[in-house]
Design a protein around this ligand. Sequence first.
Ligand SMILES: [Zn+2]
Length: 218
Amino acid sequence: MPDPLAHLIENNRRWVETITAQDPEFFGKLAKQQRPEYMWIGCCDSRVPANEIIGLLPGEVFVHRNVGNVVLSNDLNCMSAVQYAVEVLGIRHLIVCGHYNCGAVNASLDDMAHGLIDFWIWPIKQIQRRNPWISSLEKGRQREVMCELNVVEQVSNLAECKVLRRAWAEGQLVDIHGWVYDVQDGRLRDVVVQLERDGDTRALISAAEAAIRARAVG
Ligand SMILES: [Zn+2]
């Protein structure tokens, strides 16, 4: 029986050839050590691949993805990745990137039952409950605004987690950036929020939420 994935193996062979033609030592150097400057926390959505969007090669961005780019302090997977990124790799910039047309965000806005995923998107639903003004917007705009507010929420969660608290208390330089990606044109939108070690985290989060609201309600 022919291998239905043979084309992927062939793609891989060509990809290795292309990279090693540019830098014969590329994989040898990477095998010894990874030294990424950036961590990407994004959605599983196939249209939002971290490396490609920001033009980085393997070894240049440490990636964690889950449904809806959610950061929860009780998610051992996400928190382990963040801890490794900050404490072992000494990552300088943590990027939480949401995207428009996000299935998880859209599902959080409808009143239908989706099964298991409803447990996962429950924290996203709470953002809507805390921001009842969203319901006055038309549906498409509600979805966009929720993607933006979700990024701010997850940046806030990241800033509150023990790993970041400890890193900042010890003077480590690590910033958190919140971005939104538009799947319609492949562009990253304006930075939604940016937090630094000595910044007033709560004030910056509130200001980011207020700016999103002001843009949305006009
Ligand atoms: Zn998504």
